[in-house]
Design a protein around this ligand. Structure first.
Ligand code: GAL
Length: 411
């Protein structure tokens, strides 16, 4: 019987036309399920399939908070996929330490990733003890305010150019029946909002003291109290926003039901799919129009070790492809993110992406929360911020105290 099966397999190989290798399937897991995200990930799939391999799409709905535990338990539980997304930074550090991922160092050296990838912190986040274990595919920054021109037009007030003008426009928006601020219920969205407000209201020095220096006194300071006060304003502005997913909130901005949304630059993908034009239908304000900084977070792909040498080969092909110039351009233009290399042609970038590229070129960058805090600490921030945003009985002072306690014990 065994012999018979082997004969059949041999016959199949012989019958194949010369040069047509058998497609190697790789299941790729990620949490890109919104319209813009799906359009972007399709670029990876298309490019991978064109190599003769086969992308088996393993999208997991519900966002990173839902997807990551599934991915981790599959990898640790002996059911690994061919490749998987994580945010670059520290989310996968324990899996790397456990030796569960393919070492990409040789490929990275052959292709000179060290010279190509910019800023270098992207590759540093993939590196442990001098070895490289992931491929950064983009730079995504969370601290953007997206504004609906229709909503402000309906309210009879100009489109704001910064956070203060936005807050001042709230009565007019409410009068016109608009939700001032769209915010979904996933915990990370509230923490993202906090990060953006912290940069805008608290400023860069305070941000560094708390996030890099893990300085709990700075977290308790009167300057930080102003940040929490602004969070309380944001809470009121978002009171009527009753959606779950981030892209549902973006859709409220697209339709003009909401004045704005604080969200990462992946929101651009949604405006694009809806055929909206930056500067015409919507505006984007990095750093909420106050401190124009971006952070160097984003997405990276990791390749769990598999037993099959053909699949290992396909994994390296996919890794190489993700860094390549044409794929970087095609993917990032749809994703709304910035490419990981400076030597690509981004003629087609829209106004918002151009702003991001300018900020990057000027070096106004900060590391992302995922780069500086452990996944555990990040979860504590997420939980606190969503609780605060959803429960008006929690005072700004109390939230600040709890925040400072987390900072004190952060790793
Ligand atoms: C982030 C990810 C982005 C974006 C977003 C919403 O974690 O870096 O690529 O897709 O989630 O799903």
């Amino acid at each position: 019987m065994r012999f018979h099966t082997r004969l059949l397999a041999l016959a199949a190989t012989v019958a194949m036309p010369l040069g047509a290798a058998q497609a190697t399937e790789l299941e790729v897991t990620h949490w890109w399920t919104s319209g813009g995200e799906a359009a972007a990930v399709a670029e990876f799939a298309k490019a991978f399939d064109a190599t003769g391999n086969k992308w088996v799409d393993g999208a997991i709905a519900g966002g990173g908070g839902t997807a990551r535990p599934v991915m981790i338990s599959r990898i640790t539980g002996g059911d690994p996929m061919g490749a998987t997304q994580f945010n670059h930074g520290r989310q996968a550090e324990e899996l790397i330490e456990a030796g569960l991922f393919v070492d990409l160092t040789e490929l990275a050296e052959k292709e000179n990733w060290k010279d190509v990838v910019n800023p270098p912190s992207l590759l540093d986040s993939c590196t442990l003890d001098g070895r490289i274990y992931c491929v950064p595919v983009n730079i995504h920054s969370p601290q953007w305010l997206w504004l609906s021109h229709k909503a402000f037009e309906d309210a009879g007030v100009p489109v704001p150019t910064n956070w203060d003008e936005y807050v001042a426009a709230v009565p007019a928006l409410v009068e016109a029946g608009k939700v001032p601020l769209a915010l979904g219920n996933q915990p990370w969205q509230s923490n993202l909002l906090f990060g953006a407000v912290q940069i805008a209201i608290g400023g860069i020095d305070l941000w560094k003291q708390v996030n890099l220096g893990k300085d709990a006194e700075a977290a308790r300071s009167p300057e930080m109290a102003k940040v929490f006060q602004a969070m309380a304003d944001a809470r009121e502005m978002a009171e009527e926003s009753n959606v779950q997913d981030w892209n549902q909130a973006t859709n409220m901005v697209i339709t003009g039901e909401a004045g704005g949304q604080i969200m990462g630059d992946w929101a651009q993908g949604e405006f694009q799919v809806a055929n909206q034009v930056a500067g015409q239908d919507y505006s984007c304000l990095p750093g909420l129009g106050v401190h124009e900084y971006i952070s160097t977070g984003g997405d990276a792909f990791y390749f769990p070790k598999l037993d099959d040498p053909e699949q290992t080969k396909a994994q390296l092909e996919l890794a190489s492809l993700m860094v390549s110039k044409p794929v970087q351009v095609a993917f990032n233009l749809k994703k709304g993110s910035l490419p990981i290399r400076g030597d690509v042609d981004l003629e087609a970038a829209n106004d918002c992406m151009k702003k991001g590229l300018e900020i990057l070129a000027a070096g106004r960058m900060l590391p992302s929360g995922d780069q500086v805090f452990s996944a555990d600490t990040q979860t504590q921030f997420n939980d606190l911020m969503v609780e605060f945003m959803k429960d008006p009985s929690i005072s700004a002072e109390d939230a600040q105290k709890r925040y400072a306690d987390i900072v004190e014990n952060a790793d």
